[in-house]
Design a protein around this ligand. Structure first.
Ligand code: SF4
Ligand code: SF4
Length: 319
């Protein structure tokens, strides 16, 4: 059973600032050795599947809703609750726990969705600190990456007689594949976090981010059934890929979010749209100049009239 600790735990997805008292103060590399094994025979089996915050990546949502056989809308409604990611103003979701504080997929026999379990469950108890989290956010410059181990009293896996490198352990857990697919989304969140929030995302931008990162069906519909393709220059090869392959669609969604939120050049806006926008702005500016000129003329007319009235009065007074 999960310990009933009042402070809620996190399975590490993003970095260092979670539950710091349980993080071992040692920077580990892929070649570092760890002693750990988790299997149904451990006395604490499934203890870590309760009283916990499990943030879901867009890929987790895709895999889990496919596994259960429902669409994203239903999955979000039944299994998740909204949260802000990593103390940013970017909205996402985490697994909704049962009234008993347990993961909805845990049973006495183990995890019902084990082969499709979320990324955070795969990473535990090894965290990865990276993605410019240490203030090293210069574009194009690689942030320092290292691993750390989380040791919690209830987890007896650290007492098991199995030693392997972090590289071997991560391969075994399938985290390499997750990392590759999650990277674009995690970078967006870490970028927002490390740059600091100078201006809050507009409500519209938050809705766009939420829809794009949690609901691939809706994002696909947005691409193919809105004015999206009138605005963006997307080649046919990319369109074919995102039409037929959800992983490609997912990766494309990261580019769209990066270009909408951070103004990256990942997606190209059509030339005629840029020209039309420039012409509209120019027209607006020209209109503003005309209006200013008209206002000036009116003021001048009033001023001249006032001056004439005063002069007339003065002339009458001297007579
Ligand atoms: S998804 Fe599976 S592994 Fe993850 S917390 Fe739930 S039951 Fe445990
Ligand atoms: S060994 Fe650790 S990771 Fe495995 S079930 Fe126990 S608490 Fe969870």
């Amino acid at each position: 059973m999960a310990e009933n600790n009042s402070s809620s735990k996190e399975k590490a997805l993003f970095g260092l600032d979670k539950n710091p008292s349980n993080i071992m103060p040692e920077k580990l590399t892929l070649d570092s050795k760890i002693q750990f094994r988790c299997h149904p025979g451990v006395s604490c089996f499934t203890a870590c599947c309760g009283n916990i915050n499990i943030v879901l990546t867009p890929y987790d949502i895709l895999i889990l809703k496919n596994r259960i056989g429902i669409d994203s809308d239903e999955f979000l409604l039944r299994y998740t609750k909204p949260v802000f990611l990593e103390k940013t103003d970017m909205p996402g979701v985490q697994l909704n726990l049962t009234a008993e504080g347990r993961c909805p997929f845990v049973t006495d026999e183990g995890c019902l969705v084990y082969t499709d379990r979320p990324s955070a469950c795969r990473y535990y108890p090894i965290g990865l600190a990276n993605f410019h989290e240490r203030g090293d956010e210069t574009e194009g410059k690689e942030a320092e990456q290292f691993f750390f181990i989380v040791k919690e009293d209830h987890c007896k896996g650290h007492e098991e007689d199995k030693t392997w490198t972090i590289r071997e352990w991560r391969k075994d857990q399938g985290t390499d594949v997750r990392d590759e697919i999650n990277r674009g989304w995690m970078e967006l969140v870490m970028r927002r976090k490390s740059h600091g929030i100078q201006a809050t995302l507009s409500e519209q931008a938050q809705k766009m981010f939420f829809m794009t990162s949690t609901n691939l069906e809706k994002f696909k519909d947005f691409i193919f059934n809105s004015s999206f393709l009138d605005v963006y220059e997307i080649d046919q090869e990319t369109l074919d890929k995102i039409q037929n392959d959800d992983i490609e669609l997912l990766k494309f969604s990261y580019l769209y979010m990066a270009s909408s939120i951070f103004g990256t050049q990942d997606l190209k806006i059509k030339e005629e749209k840029i020209k039309a926008k420039a012409a509209a702005m120019k027209e607006g500016q020209a209109g503003a100049v005309d209006r200013a000129e008209e206002t000036y003329k009116e003021l001048k007319r009033d001023y001249d009239q006032l001056k004439k009235d005063i002069d007339d009065k003065k002339a009458k007074g001297t007579k």
